[in-house]
Design a protein. Structure first.
Length: 142
């Protein structure tokens, strides 16, 4: 699958959040909330589609992924893939089936339990963006 995503000029100044969720109504709901909060939002139903978007060159700031996804790759594997191949991109996971203590130590991504509130997701994304900015500024200073 080849994906081409172009950002409009007014979208280039806003952080891009990639939502990976196979439940379309859940994906639409959180995507709408993030757009209302001012983020540029991309959507994928499967991890493989998310990887294609990441490889398209769009600067994705944070991936928000469900743990259970349709297809051969789940959200835990996607989080490890992002860590290994896109270290400048943050990753936040969500699940209604596992807790943070069930997440393998190889996965370095916070887990927000379902059901979640929009406010909880927005707060975690804001925290993640702040951390990414701090890391970037430290790397620029060295």
């Amino acid at each position: 699958m080849q994906v081409t995503v172009e950002l409009m000029p007014n979208q280039r100044d806003r952080p891009t959040i990639l939502i990976v969720e196979d439940e379309v109504l859940i994906r639409m709901d959180i995507s709408d909330a993030l757009r209302r909060a001012g983020y540029h939002v991309l959507e994928a139903a499967k991890a493989e589609d998310a990887i294609a978007i990441l490889y398209s060159g769009v600067p994705v700031a944070v991936v928000f992924t469900d743990v259970r996804l349709a297809g051969p790759m789940d959200g835990l594997q996607l989080a490890v893939y992002i860590r290994d191949n896109h270290p400048a991109t943050g990753c936040i996971m969500t699940s209604g089936h596992i807790s943070a203590s069930d997440v393998p130590s190889s996965v370095v991504a916070p887990l927000i339990p379902k059901p979640y509130t929009h406010e909880r997701v927005l707060a975690e994304i804001a925290r993640h963006l702040l951390l990414l900015k701090l890391v970037d500024s430290r790397n620029s200073a060295t």
